[in-house]
Design a protein around this ligand. Structure first.
Ligand code: NAD
Length: 324
């Protein structure tokens, strides 16, 4: 039985990845600084460890007999645009420490395959209508935020370890990922979850606030597609970073309208000032397509699943407030 370590298994994508690996027949150890917020983990073993500490990376990677066949590194100090702009130093300090120690320890211990979760935040801002950018377009570098710079540094570090230690490193640059069982409140939530929450909390006929003027262009990748992409990439021969993203690009206003449609409510939008990030995205998926990956879930279907789950969470919280 193959053994996999998932770092960040108490988080959104890591939690879904554990389920996928269990389905594929792996023995899985999950590691995170906290338990998963939304129900028990499906990992065979779950260790609560702070991976900024080098000795904890040794504990995470240690097995009584042999080595992990595969290590998936998804632990990061992470959040949506609001968090990325307000917690620049925490992101650069905490995520860099996690990656410095995890990459070094995994390579030194002889781990054969190592996955690193990067982001399309490594790319510069784009103009609407610009042709697709390939992975090579990240250099010369000009990420719009410090989160992107940390990812770029950690990518390069992982590739250096691959060259010097013979560890097979696979790097995915994720587009925005959304779906059930992700952070939906508290300041770290990303746009799709935040908008689902606002619409779920609003009365029919009410108004929600949306940061920016609604024209920023993004693609949103449903979590089951993302996890399939991670798994395929890990088992491929693709060296170097590969973008993973749904090819359906929409404006923020189109995302909001999709959520409103799915909710069945009539909701007005008020645009307010807030951290928006880059104006536009348009990335090539040619590398990930070359190994057989395709997005299967498009925005309205993915938002339907996500909205239903967040609506349930909102109702649970309202019940708790009414019946403490
Ligand atoms: P998440 O915040 O849900 O998961 C990250 C997990 O890392 C959290 O559970 C957190 O507790 C854990 N963590 C943080 N600090 C830690 C520490 N010191 N030790 C151990 N664990 C620690 O985020 P996610 O959306 O599941 O993202 C997973 C990965 O994918 C991250 O590397 C993120 O940067 C990357 N990514 C995500 C998106 C997205 O849209 N969700 C987009 C691009 C890249």
């Amino acid at each position: 039985m193959k053994k996999a370590l998932v770092c960040g298994a108490g988080g959104f994508i890591g939690g879904h990845l554990v389920k996928k690996l269990k389905k594929e027949g792996y023995w899985v150890r999950g590691v995170d600084i906290k338990q998963h917020e939304f129900g028990p983990t499906q990992a065979d073993e779950f260790l609560v460890l702070d991976l900024r500490e080098e000795q904890n990376c040794h504990i995470a990677l240690g097995l009584p007999d042999g080595l992990f066949d595969e290590v998936y590194q998804l632990a990061a100090d992470m959040g949506g645009m609001g968090f990325i702009h307000s917690a620049e130093t925490e992101i650069m300090h905490n995520s860099a420490l996690i990656n410095i120690h995890m990459t070094n320890t995994a390579a030194a211990m002889g781990v054969p395959r190592y996955f690193f979760s990067s982001s399309v935040c490594v790319y510069r801002d784009m103009k609407p209508g610009e042709p697709e950018m390939t992975e090579a377009g990240a250099i010369p570098a000009n990420p719009d935020n410090e989160y992107g710079w940390e990812k770029l540094y950690s990518e390069r570090m992982a590739m250096a370890y691959a060259r010097h230690y013979g560890m097979r490193v696979r790097i995915a640059r994720f587009q925005n990922c959304y779906g059930p069982e992700g952070t939906w409140r508290g300041g770290r939530e990303k746009a799709p979850a935040a908008i689902c929450r606002k619409v779920a909390e609003a009365e029919d006929g009410g108004t929600i606030d949306v940061w920016g003027n609604g024209s920023a262009i993004r693609s949103y990748t449903y979590v089951s597609d993302m996890v399939e992409g991670i798994y395929l990439l890990m088992h491929s021969d693709l060296d170097g970073p590969a973008n993973i993203g749904c090819p359906q690009y929409v404006s923020v206003d189109e995302l909001v309208q999709t959520v409103i449609k799915v909710s069945g409510k009539t909701i007005n939008i008020r645009h307010i000032e807030g951290p928006v990030g880059v104006q536009s995205r348009n990335f090539s998926n040619a590398r990930i397509y070359s190994i057989g990956w395709q997005a299967k879930v498009f925005l309205e279907d993915g938002i339907t699943q996500t909205y239903r789950w967040i609506e349930e969470q909102v109702k649970k919280v309202e019940m708790e407030i009414r019946n403490p």
